[in-house]
Design a protein around this ligand. Structure first.
Ligand code: ADP
Length: 431
């Protein structure tokens, strides 16, 4: 029995724990408030029915419950948090005013409800919203108080002091049951938010350290080999080899700096999508021309642009972004392939074009499959090379850009055999 109770309790907690990547802390508090409000009003609907209160009261409670369920639906399933919060505030204010007249004004239960509701409203609204709400409520209460002093005849009195005490006691009891879990939940959310902020701070610091390392390595190579070039005893072959190393490291550095700019543009939503009609083979040719120096430096690996099957087609999308994606994927293929072939190409159907970048490299172990598209993720080496290989930005950029083009990116990979990345883009962009 206790096992069953614990299980039910855990289920309940899981069900009402709204905090996820989808919701901000404020929105989670709001959903929790609604959840408890619905529970509370439903209980009072049943109680009203059992103790046989006046029909008016029963209907009012029932309508409030329906409205609360609707507000919950709006927020949770339609993501209309702003509208739902405003409607909730209006409903709470109207209920407060009715209660004020119905239950002896400032001597009744309305003022208790106000004290319980205000902190929650402030916690689930933005700073501006809660300031506006507090001003409206304060003005409303002052008006009600003045009205009560000037026109006491409009205020309904409890039949007896005992009924007044009972009403206030019931309301207070409800709010105790209602507010204590809310405060515990809010406390838990705040602590979780603080912990996440600390974690993300630490991740950013280590990320910056890694990036500096990524910049320093090619920089050192460029400076070191430039110095060596000034040696008058160098033969022609050595001279060319050093120049090629400088060139490669310069490109690597440029690629990294481009990636840093690209990721910050994606993160701040300022990446422009500029749609035009183009032939996909031209994109592949550009990638080929950009990458060819890497293949000249390593003759063990070949770059193959797969001949296009069928008639050449025109695609309406952003050629620059697609080129960046394929370039990043090809750059990775080069990095992780020691010998064999790297093949780039595409296939099409009526609606979409799927680019692929295939390599015969070291492959990606299954335990890394879920992680490799995450940004700011410094991936540990799985190839026996230095522990810091790359900035961990390339694939995150590919994913961000593919999504901007309403496309999909995925891969298949077998360790020690190779990987194949696919990017599917609609033939005609909706943007
Ligand atoms: P990085 O700049 O570190 O390469 P990416 O986001 O481009 O960052 O790639 C993330 C990780 O995914 C890499 O560190 C590597 O471990 C793995 N990876 C990506 N592409 C390949 C590939 N073609 N072959 C093997 N591993 C790959």
């Amino acid at each position: 029995m206790t096992k069953l109770a614990r299980k039910l309790h855990e289920r309940f907690l899981k069900q009402i724990h709204f905090k996820s990547d989808k919701y901000s802390t404020q929105d989670s508090v709001y959903l929790f408030t609604l959840y408890l409000a619905i529970a509370m009003v439903t209980v009072s609907c049943i109680t009203n029915y059992i103790i046989g209160l006046a029909d008016q009261v029963k209907i009012l409670a029932f309508i409030s419950d329906l409205i609360l369920v609707f507000l919950y639906y709006l927020a949770r399933f339609r993501q209309q948090f702003r509208l739902s919060k405003i409607l909730f505030f209006i409903l709470a204010t109207v209920a407060l005013n009715i209660l004020w007249f119905y239950t002896e004004g400032s001597a009744g239960s309305a003022i208790f409800i106000l004290h319980a509701m205000l902190p929650l409203i402030a916690l689930f609204s933005s700073k501006r919203q809660s300031t506006t709400m507090v001003i409206i409520i304060a003005t409303n209460i002052i008006t009600l108080l003045i009205f009560e002093i000037l026109y006491p005849q409009f205020i309904n009195h409890y039949p007896s002091p005992v009924e007044r005490a009972l009403d206030i006691l019931t309301i207070s009891f409800f709010f105790l049951v209602f507010e204590i879990p809310a405060i515990i939940y809010i406390n838990h959310l705040m602590l979780e938010e603080k912990r996440q902020a600390e974690q993300s701070d630490a991740a950013k610091t280590s990320y910056i350290t890694n990036l500096s390392h990524e910049i320093r390595t090619p920089m050192n190579a460029i400076l070191g080999f430039t110095e060596l070039l000034s040696d008058p005893d160098l033969n022609r072959e050595e001279h060319e080899q050093f120049l090629s190393i400088i060139n490669q490291n310069g490109r690597q550095l440029l690629n990294l700096l481009n990636n840093i700019i690209n990721i910050s543009k994606l993160e701040t939503n300022v990446t422009n999508v500029s749609v035009s009609e183009f032939h996909p083979i031209d994109v592949l040719k550009q990638v080929h021309d950009t990458m060819i120096p890497y293949f000249q430096a390593n003759e063990e690996v070949q770059l193959k642009v797969t001949p296009v099957n069928g008639t050449p087609i025109a695609v309406k999308s952003d050629p620059t972004l697609i080129q960046q994606i394929i370039l990043n994927l090809t750059f990775n293929a080069v990095k992780f392939t020691n010998n064999g072939v790297i093949e780039i190409g595409y296939s099409t159907n009526n609606q979409s074009i799927t680019f692929f970048v295939k390599d015969t490299g070291i492959g990606i172990p299954p335990e890394m499959h879920n992680d490799i598209f995450s940004r700011h993720k410094q991936v540990e080496s799985h190839n026996g090379l230095s522990p810091i290989q790359g900035s961990g930005l390339g694939l995150a950029i590919c994913k961000g850009m593919t999504e901007l083009l309403d496309g999909e990116i995925w891969f298949t990979s077998i360790v020690n055999e190779g990987s194949e990345f696919f990017v599917r883009i609609p033939l005609v962009s909706k943007k």
